[in-house]
Design a protein around this ligand. Sequence first.
Ligand SMILES: N[C@@H](CCC(=O)N[C@@H](CS)C(=O)NCC(=O)O)C(=O)O
Length: 323
Amino acid sequence: MLQSQAASCQSLIGTSCRRIFASRCTSETSSRAFSAAPTRFFNSSAAQKHHSVPRHVDALSASQSSFRGVQFSPLVAIATRRQTAAAQPRAMAPTADLEVFGKAVPFTGQPSARRGDCPFSQRTYLDLEEKKLQYKGTFVQEGENDSKPDWFMKNNPSGLMPVLRDGDQWIQDSDKIFEHLESKFPEPSLKPSDSAKEVGKDIFPKFMGWLQEKDPKAAEKKSDFEAELKSFDQHIKQNGPYIDGDKMTDADLSVSPKLLHARVALKYWYDYEFPAELTAVRDYMHRMEERPSFQKTRPTDDLIIQGWGMKCELKSTPAAAGA
Ligand SMILES: N[C@@H](CCC(=O)N[C@@H](CS)C(=O)NCC(=O)O)C(=O)O
């Protein structure tokens, strides 16, 4: 059951992400220098062999906040600017030759120097940030006819992101990347208990199942999603403040980006808010979103909204539809 949900989740994300835009990739280096100047981007050496990419394209400025005829409110744009401004400089320990290939902003129609909206990629960035590892972040964008750059596909035939390159070793899948990082860089440990790994796992597939219906009133899908949310709330109330108790682990870094997607996308597209009585979920998200690592690596609300609009072919919000 879990496997089939994961597969359908992956195929929804995978298929929908394949858009007709020119293949590009750009990168940023996570280091003290980069953190102090978050808008500086560097082409990766691998990418430079194959691409010529502008330094920085901020394709989602407030003035461009429209998508498929849906105008995004100025509030969304303001929230986005606040999120960007919130990233604070901090020290990162020098380590091995680590590079993460994560999804780039996929729908600008232009080369993108910005990280995209993939929650699996965010988990990997979070693992690295919380372990205070220095890494290069390279953003890969899908190309015409599903073609990603040849050098990328050669090293990562599935084409899925995130991928970690550790020296000559390429590791695909956020679970496997975490295992690799945890065994090679055990301190600080982010290892969750076996039971913690299962907590909240179904929230994301149920959220997608509901959004794919393109109908906020799809009662069964809505209640499937809420059941998962309630169960998570219950777990945190009984075991919190984190999934594994007092210690934040990779389980939190995996679930919180997905909760963020659900909250932002459902609010915008369905005018739905997490039920007020689920106080533990709300507090939990607040706690996670306050972390500098989360603020530094999170996609903007605009990206999440537009990403799900495309993936689920959503054209209008209930308000725009006059509901
Ligand atoms: N189970 C994988 C899922 C990764 C995944 O589905 N990534 C999506 C982006 S969010 C992807 O790479 N889709 C294919 C594509 O973008 O071409 C993981 O945890 O890393």
